[in-house]
Design a protein around this ligand. Sequence first.
Ligand SMILES: N[C@@H](CCC(=O)N[C@@H](CS)C(=O)NCC(=O)O)C(=O)O
Length: 254
Amino acid sequence: MNVKLYSIPGSHPAAAARAMLEHKGIDYRRVDLPPVVSRALMRVLGFAGNRVPALKVDGRKVQGSRNISRELDAIAPDPPLFPADPAQRAAVEEAERWGEEEFQQLPRTISWWALKRHKSDQVSFLEEAGPIARMGMPAKVAVATSGPIVRMGIRLNDSTDDTVRSTLAAIGPALDHVDRLMADGVIGGDQPNAADFQIGASVALLRTFEDVRAAIEDRPAAALARRLFPWYPGRVRPSYPLEWLAPLRQKAVT
Ligand SMILES: N[C@@H](CCC(=O)N[C@@H](CS)C(=O)NCC(=O)O)C(=O)O
């Protein structure tokens, strides 16, 4: 079986796909594309949508992290990414849906804002990426010429001051939800499921922002991300105003 994973450096759903492939022991090749430019490249590669992650499995195209988790269970059933019990499966599917449709955008929105302020920290995401993601340039040169990509990333993700501030305020309640899913046993078990990978990858990206990491590190959600994504690339210096981070430190009373 020939499996290719299309990713962009630092992409959390692509990291989820990577972790699920490795969890199942499936051999694959990863192709890292440059962010933003990836949209056009995905079309050139013949995909119907313009986002990553995407897989080619013996040439067959599968796009989107939730399609990928199901595809991986079909081609390599063990270990399963979804429980056999129908009620448990429904709970995992709902957690995975929430992770993709609601939680996933939060780290994406705040990331471009911080990377604009600490452009050189992009190197920490690019270092382990393949040459196409750096457009054939050394990581430092790719970063030095990344202004238009960062500006476009900010525009596409509406990463304005107002949105980033309200997104930071939304992260605390979202992590309360993750901690509750763990307490209820939907995620965080010994055998990780599709929702563990989906949600854990978003927490792993949040942990690359040093000031966000400091505010969330003692949560169960952060422990899940450390366990499932010990290799997650990237480190961005403290970026956000302290008052924007304050709501993140408040935890739900349980
Ligand atoms: N929700 C989709 C991910 C869609 C998405 O926005 N992917 C980002 C990477 S995290 C992307 O392709 N970004 C390229 C761009 O916006 O130009 C999934 O879980 O598969």
